[in-house]
Design a protein around this ligand. Sequence first.
Ligand SMILES: [Zn+2]
Length: 311
Amino acid sequence: MVQNQKSLARPIEMEGVGLHSGKQVRLRVLPAEADSGIVFVRNDAGNALVPASHRLLNGGNLSTTLSRGSVQVATVEHLLSALHGMSIDNARVELDGPEVPIVDGSALPFVRLFHEAGLRSLGKARRFLTLTRPVRVKAGEKEILALPDNAFHATYGIDFPHTAIGAQTVSIEVREETYADSIAPARTFCLLQDVEAMRRSGLALGGSLENALVVGEDGVLNGSLRFPDEFARHKVLDLVGDLALLGAPIRAHLIAFKGGHRLHAALVAKIMSTRSAWSLGTSDDRLPAARLAEFAHLKDGLLPLPVGLAG
Ligand SMILES: [Zn+2]
């Protein structure tokens, strides 16, 4: 059975503060037709439309921002991650401010609302972007290798010179169930020593212990973690969100080390500009095992993942 595109069965609504702007924003996510994709609508700026497309990416490294003309929608990555992770292809996202609410710093509040609203099949086939050749981006020791695969698999390694974080690797096949249980709850994080500098630059004005893990000299200031490797899991959450800008769910194994939004954006740009490296097809179109085997050896030893590739 070919998988069909989905949207929400009914609208969801929430209110919250933007992490960087500190502005209170009301957000609604509404059902949308097949092939319309994810489109942001700035209700406070003449209902300007800002599609979730790599073409409108105006990224920094701390968050992912979309710009169309003078209209921006900032910090889209956690909401896009929830939509991509829960296989919601089409939605109209209305907001009355410049930034998506940060809620608790994870994607779990969005996923819960999507579960409550329910999903609706749209009777039209979902188109997957299947990687057919490896694509690699690198910036110093930061690196992402994307390999052909018939599923969406993410392996993410981080290595912070900080005992509370340290070296962590998470490796997971991203499906609706694994996303909701193992990725969506992972919260964003920052180092206490960086908070003052961010505030001086006019960033993180809405940040608090309610919406980000803050790591101080003696450990996490927020109490207990949701997972021992919550930091690496949040990197996967961000990657799933940034890859939503490809415009179609990806089938590939992403192996990332020390990445961030800027490197994710570079990967998206490189995939889109390397037209020979991917094909669009339905869930029934699969790469033959022999083709996948050609690239399997690249998983060994190419990246200096701190605790090795798991799974
Ligand atoms: Zn994030």
